[in-house]
Design a protein around this ligand. Structure first.
Ligand code: MOS
Length: 692
């Protein structure tokens, strides 16, 4: 793919870096295919009801239009339990912007023009699309529909402990809906031929896409090939296939083998690829005179869609974080007539730890105890609910090292006392935690080529995070050869099965697969293998799974300035110190943490999808109205990590790093803003009006 790779003190350079910055790394939409057609989706203009009539005649008459697809003429899909993928299967409307058809034409412009000529009439039903305080239809999440759901938790007597506590806080935080905006919008090219179906798709796991699509369209898995060598960012929205994929597959069945290209616009992405649901979280804490928690209660209400359940369970952040003899944790859902939410970087932890870590700061202020000291006093010896020992837990080391580097010792704890010119200045801290997950079932093939090099194949995904680089490095290291002697292939179902790039589990899952497959190769073929020697193997079973609580931790520090007259909030300085086991590649790991923290600045200061309840859509549905942190919002962000050797997590010793970087960031910024001003804002984002 590129010339020789370089290893510097900061780690192996990103293998595909040169191809990316020179524009030669192909992304899904630009993959060269012969004689493609272009799809423009038709979307519902109402939030709930049914299509009474849909007139496509004018669109079909446009020169260059190949096909107009609606629920009248679309092929049947097999129900596979995901309503998002059941596109064009009925006349029903479950949310505004729902896919109700497609125009396929010779150019994207013709398709868009013709789509505007389709006349859709509706029968409306009353809808409820606004997440409100008196929230809507509240129900307990259904564990069958969300298999990873943690049930409600109740330990001890929270009410009695709160009544007896020396210090208490009882506070409610809200977080708004936030929408995915990876640099590369969602895109797919679908091609049917005699062999089956080929998809060039921007995704977080080609094998998962294939496994879901095969039953949907009634094809053997072997007849579907999904290819995604490069992905321009994902963060959860490309984890599961969405409706546009099914729509493009349906459309491509009508084009006599011509490939159909579909690229969603940003505006369409605000309705079709998932988002972080809004939450309202009540946190009640009780503590003794020394600030030791006697009671922790965290109740979260979150949005889901009426047509498809997604349960984010933000309150679960409080299950295992701090020692507390009495504890109650509940997650509830409000089901609305809205698009389905989905995972978005640290789903649950990002919103849940925002509430918990802000409330802990409020408790520290109330008790007059330094917020770092208060956290240290609440360190559990074992995981509080499961009772399992920690495989390693270095939160205190992160807090202490961070305090040292950040200059915490000079901090005057009194809020609203530091002023520089027109700016009120404060500092804040928050803890971060994210589980170390391992997805089983990945396989890797190691092959010794006749030119002496090794080819390593694994159907993993590199969503821009550096998986290709880290896996090449691990393979070379275990083979004891230079990295240039390893050619790693990933991103496609042409390679052996590998799980999703999700849950920050990539390096842990695929890394241990590659390491253990190389070990199996060497056991089979020795250290001087013949040309053509080949082994396919998965990760060895980890005997420690289930015996330890496994999490990455971090400490987030922020300096915040709030303008005394305008309320403008700036974040000139942040520091994140993390404990995440072995850092395989310092260069790409640094970028991961930095990216997570930058997204945390976005979450704290900007991100807010504003829903117009009258119509059920997001009003600020593009990058002009939906603000994310730009260069001018980011001052200095320093990232570091503590040395952590964890022999239990996996054979690489690496914990996930993709998501822990965003966790706690918004709380650290909010806590610093309170320290600066004395104003406690409990509703994200921290916009200027809230400080005036
Ligand atoms: Mo992540 S939200 O598991 O892509």
């Amino acid at each position: 793919m590129t010339g020789a790779t370089r290893t510097t003190a900061r780690g192996l350079e990103r293998i595909e870096g040169r191809a990316k910055v020179t524009g030669t790394a192909p992304y899904a939409f630009e993959y060269p295919v012969t004689d493609p057609l272009y799809l423009h989706p038709l979307r519902s203009g109402i939030a709930r009801g049914r299509i009474a009539s849909i007139d496509t005649a004018a669109a079909e008459r446009v020169d260059g239009v190949h096909t107009v697809l609606t629920h009248h003429n679309a092929d049947a899909l097999n129900p596979i339990g995901d309503p998002e993928l059941a596109v064009l299967q009925s006349d029903g409307i479950d949310f505004r912007g729902q896919l109700v058809g497609a125009v396929v034409a010779e150019t994207p412009e013709i398709a868009a023009h013709a789509a505007g000529l389709v006349d859709i009439r509706y029968e409306r039903l009353p809808h409820d699309s606004e997440f409100r305080d008196d929230a809507n239809i509240v129900y307990t999440p259904d564990a069958d529909a969300s298999p990873m759901l943690a049930p409600d938790l109740e330990r001890g007597d929270v009410d009695a402990a709160l009544a007896e506590a020396t210090y208490t806080v009882d506070v409610t935080y809200t977080t708004p809906p936030e929408h995915h905006n990876p640099i590369e919008p969602h895109a797919v090219i679908a091609t049917w031929d005699d062999d089956g179906l080929t998809l060039h798709d921007s995704n977080q796991g080609s094998h998962l896409v294939r496994d879901l699509l095969a039953p949907l369209v009634g094809l053997d898995k072997e007849r579907i090939n999904v290819i995604a060598p490069h992905v321009g960012g994902a963060f959860g929205s490309k984890g599961m296939p969405h409706g546009h994929l099914a729509l493009t597959v349906l459309a491509a069945r009508r084009t006599e083998g011509r490939p159909v290209k579909c690229a969603l616009s940003r505006t369409q992405m605000f309705e079709l690829v998932g988002y972080r649901p809004p939450t309202r979280q009540r946190v009640r804490l009780g503590a003794d005179p020394e600030g030791r928690l006697t009671a922790t209660e965290h109740d979260s209400l979150e949005q889901t869609s009426r047509f498809k359940q997604y349960a984010e369970q933000s309150a679960s952040a409080s299950r295992e974080m701090y020692a507390s003899p009495n504890r109650r944790v509940t997650n509830r859902l409000a089901a609305l007539d809205v698009p389905a939410p989905t995972w978005m970087r640290a789903p649950g932890e990002a919103s849940g730890m925002y509430a918990l870590e802000s409330a802990v700061d409020e408790l520290a202020v109330r008790a007059g105890i330094d917020p770092i000291e208060l956290r240290v006093r609440n360190e559990p010896e074992v995981a509080p609910v499961s009772g399992l020992p920690f495989s390693s837990r270095n939160l205190v080391a992160c807090l202490r090292q961070g305090a040292e580097r950040f200059g915490w010792q000079d901090r005057d704890p009194r809020p609203g006392t530091r002023r520089e010119g027109d700016w009120l200045v404060g500092t804040g801290v928050a803890a971060a935690s994210f589980p170390s997950l391992l997805f089983p079932g990945s396989l890797a093939t190691i092959r010794h080529e006749s030119d002496g090099k090794y080819r390593v194949e694994i159907g993993a995904a590199d969503i821009g995070t550096g998986a290709r680089t880290a896996l090449t490095q691990l393979a070379a290291e275990t083979l004891e050869v230079p990295v240039d002697d390893v050619e790693l292939r990933l991103g496609s179902t042409e390679q052996p099965n590998a799980g999703l790039a999700g849950g920050s589990a990539g390096t842990a899952s695929w890394g241990s697969t590659v390491v253990d497959a190389v070990r199996a190769f060497r056991a089979e073929h020795g250290s001087d293998p013949a040309a053509g020697a080949e082994t396919t193997a998965g990760a060895a079973d980890n005997p420690d799974l289930g015996k330890y609580a496994m999490n990455a931790y971090g400490a987030q520090f922020a300096e915040v300035r709030v303008h005394a007259d305008t309320g403008e909030v700036r974040v000139p300085r942040m520091l994140g110190v993390f404990a995440a086991g072995r850092i395989v590649n310092p260069r790409t790991a640094h970028s991961q943490f930095l990216g997570g923290m930058t997204m945390g600045i976005s979450m704290a200061l900007h991100e807010h999808s504003v829903v117009d309840g009258r119509f059920g859509h997001v009003v600020n549905h593009d990058l002009a109205g939906y603000h994310i942190a730009g260069n001018a919002d980011v001052g200095s962000i320093e990232v570091s990590w503590v040395d952590e050797h964890d022999p239990h997590v996996n054979s690489v010793g690496a914990k996930g790093i993709g998501e822990v970087g965003i966790v706690g960031t918004a709380a650290a910024i909010g806590n610093a803003a309170h320290h600066a001003t004395g104003v406690r804002v409990r509703d994200l984002p921290l916009t200027p009006d809230k400080f005036l």
